[in-house]
Design a protein around this ligand. Structure first.
Ligand code: PMT
Length: 408
């Protein structure tokens, strides 16, 4: 996992109570550490029955703490120092017993006493048998915790350790990570801003089973959406064809054709601060879409499809922006195989953009489907900023830096 800017210099206390989901939390501890956070794991006595503290120490590179550490004379009030220095406390899995203790301010182990002493946001991730979860006592405890500002994610519905199915499964580590990102990003540099981001390729139907498409995977656009969420923005992600999971916190709108993308972009841009068009939109569509599958006959050797232009989305945005002055900043991408800078600058001017990322898609390590990209940022004032090869996540950060400067 690539380091994530949001997690740099962040201290996270990961509280682990005793449930079978503990084995999955080792993966969460590892992911948080790889993302760049300093992770201190605090295990309850029963958690240590499921997985040894050594596992958490190994994946975080830091001592995993248990109740015995509460009484060590070489650690000065560890619960207070942990609770005071943490940027976030996350308790996963949070058992019915630990939820009950937290709701009543009981502080009889290192995890509950640390949470009581904390001044940072607290996230709890319940996991337990379905009957325990739906019990009125647990529900009342969770309601109490929510009313005090504690965030709750899950539980999910599915198969539990008992073999029964129902609501009680711990949410998967990647979703917990996404939730944590949203909580940590609150009050970030883009808080209060709305961004519209497009990603992936459009599909232009020929008949019910065939389409004209392109090689876009959506990786660059999704990286931009996630990076904006990490800065606290509200993000509407308009996605064409892509297999990628939605970044936690994004409002995702799936579209198929250029026309559909145009309609959704125009609507979403009415109250947006910024539009970033990273999608690969088809320039042509079939003049006619057949209602039924086009059949070949034994004599068919050639078949012609007449193509017509798709709507130019950025052109439509420009016209709307001239009328309503929204979005304030519009950024495009230019996928080019030749005359990169000249072609990109022509698009910057004709589409009325503030910034364009000129993308040489003929290189094997840049452009479609790969994890890296190499772009040159051209602005409306004539500025040219060539960027070296970097991950699409890093490109996203650089584009957002420029966007933030344009937004002012
Ligand atoms: O998705 P990945 O696999 O990560 O790949 C990323 C990418 C290569 C798709 C991305 O970095 C990129 O370059 N996106 C723009 C692709 C493209 O359509 O470029 P273009 O030069 O054809 O279009 C210029 C701009 O006009 C783009 O912002 C495009 O979204 C927009 N456009 C294009 C056609 C159209 N009908 N309407 C538009 O608004």
């Amino acid at each position: 996992m690539e380091p994530i800017s949001l997690f740099q210099n962040k201290h996270i206390v990961l509280g682990i109570a005793g449930g079978i989901a503990v084995y999955k939390v080792a993966d969460l501890a590892s992911k948080l550490t790889q993302a760049g956070a300093q992770v201190d794991c605090v295990l309850t006595e029963s958690a240590t029955k499921f997985v040894a503290p050594l596992t958490f120490a190994a994946v975080t590179g830091r001592a995993a703490l248990t109740d015995a550490d509460l009484w060590r004379h070489d650690l000065h009030v560890p619960h207070v120092s942990l609770g005071e220095s943490a940027d976030l406390i996350i308790i996963a899995p949070a058992t019915a017993n630990t939820l009950a203790k937290l709701a009543h301010g009981q502080a009889d182990n290192l995890l509950t006493v640390t949470t009581l002493a904390a001044r940072c946001p607290v996230v709890i991730v319940p996991a337990m048998d379905g009957g325990m979860w739906s019990n009125a006592a647990t529900q009342a405890n969770v309601a109490t915790l929510r009313s005090r500002g504690i965030r709750v994610i899950g539980p999910a519905i599915g198969r539990m350790a008992s073999g029964l199915s129902g609501e009680g499964r711990m949410v998967e580590p990647m979703d917990i990570l996404g939730f944590i990102r949203v909580v940590l990003a609150e009050g970030g540099s883009l808080a209060g801003r709305k961004l519209v981001v497009t990603a992936g390729g459009t599909h232009e139907a020929i008949d019910p089973v065939r389409f004209i498409g392109n090689r876009s995977s959506g990786k660059q656009g999704f990286a931009i959406a996630q990076a904006a969420i990490d800065r606290g923005a509200r993000v509407t992600l308009i996605a064409g064809a892509t297999a990628l999971a939605t970044p936690f916190g994004a409002e995702r709108i799936d579209v198929e054709s250029a026309q559909e993308m145009r309609d959704k972009v125009i609507e979403a841009c009415r109250d947006a601060d910024t539009l970033i068009m990273a999608a690969a939109v088809a320039d042509f569509q079939s003049a006619h879409t057949a209602d039924q599958k086009i059949k070949k006959t034994k004599d068919t050797v050639e078949f012609e499809i007449k193509l017509v232009r798709t709507p130019d989305i950025l052109q439509a945005v420009k016209e709307q922006r001239d009328r309503i002055e929204k979005p304030k900043v519009v950024i495009g991408f230019a996928a080019e195989t030749q005359n990169l800078i000249d072609n990109a600058r022509a698009k910057l001017t004709s589409k009325g953009l503030d910034l364009i990322a000129a993308n040489d898609v003929s290189a094997t390590d840049a452009g479609f489907a790969v994890d890296t990209n190499r772009v040159t940022l051209l602005d409306a004032g004539g500025g040219v900023e060539p960027l070296p090869i970097m991950s699409k996540v890093q490109v996203a950060e650089r584009v957002l830096d420029r966007m933030a400067a344009l937004l002012g």
